[in-house]
Design a protein around this ligand. Structure first.
Ligand code: DGL
Length: 274
């Protein structure tokens, strides 16, 4: 039985924040990271386009032998995961698995909020998909969730402008907008894998009373738990502690920008999607 790496997918660099946490919790496995940097951001794109792009990238990771793929992207998890799981996987290979980031995030947040008033900061795509409210109401019907679209944040982060005063203007504006909609919010979900990079600024504008929740840690723990429960999948994961990086953009560009997210130098390869 051939053992293969775990695939981690994001529209761009944001998934590296999830990969970091996963590798910290599960350092023994091999990983393949794929960033669709040539077509990022996904956040402003339609349901159909995000679905098509995500499926194409999942197939590319399958072609690299990954049997388990994590959509380390909220927009892809919100707009494509369900369809891929229910419609595509049975046709492609019913033994392969694709998992997202929304469910583990919600499970954790349901335990954190004290007054059942939760805020969501995310891309327009994730907010408009209504996936967070839909999933939260399945598990915690008593929670009131209020959302705010933050269309400027991903471009600011991808362009390494997030520590400048210009970025603070947009971060403050969106956090304040969210809290105007519901002043009782006690927990804010960072529903985009890029946002951990501006966690501190968000915390600052939200104020001490509010818990700002980044999802990397819970996604990593939930993957660890999943692998414990699904030994048939775990047994087929190779354990060489390696990570290879692929991007649909130029590999030089990926390596230089990835250093914003990873505090180490990496080598990446360009991948032509078919
Ligand atoms: N990292 C993606 C997410 O978690 C958003 C980036 C994008 O808009 O492509 O939603």
């Amino acid at each position: 039985m051939k053992k293969t790496p775990i695939g981690i997918f994001d529209s761009g660099y944001g998934g590296l924040t999830i990969l970091n946490k996963i590798r910290k919790h599960l350092p023994q496995y091999d990983y393949v990271y794929l960033g669709d940097n040539a077509r990022t951001p996904y956040g402003s794109r339609s349901f159909e386009i995000v679905y098509q792009y995500t499926l194409q990238c999942v197939k590319a990771l399958f072609a690299m032998n990954c049997r388990l793929v994590i959509l380390a992207c909220n927009t892809a998890s919100a707009k494509a995961l369900r369809t891929i799981q229910q419609r595509d996987l049975p046709k492609i290979d019913a033994t392969r698995r694709v998992l997202g980031v929304i469910r583990p995030t919600i499970e954790a947040v349901g335990q954190i909020t004290k007054n059942q008033h939760v805020g969501l900061l995310a891309t327009s795509g994730t907010v408009q998909s209504q996936s967070y409210p839909a999933e939260i109401h399945k598990l915690f019907p008593e929670i009131k969730i209020t959302s705010e679209e933050c269309p400027m944040w991903v471009p600011l982060i991808e362009n390494n402008e997030f520590e400048n005063v210009g970025a603070d203007f947009f971060i403050k504006k969106n956090v304040e907008n969210l809290l105007k909609k519901d002043s009782q919010i006690d927990t804010i979900i960072l529903g985009c894998t890029h946002y951990p990079l501006i966690h501190k600024q968000i915390e600052h504008f939200a104020g001490e009373r509010i818990k700002v929740f980044s999802q990397g840690e819970v996604v990593a723990k939930s993957l660890a738990d999943y692998l414990k429960r699904h030994t048939e999948i775990e047994e087929r994961c190779s354990k060489g502690s390696s990570c290879s990086y692929f991007t649909t953009e130029s590999s030089e560009k990926f390596c230089s920008s990835a250093s914003i997210f990873l505090k180490e130098k990496i080598a990446a390869q360009h991948l032509e999607l078919k």
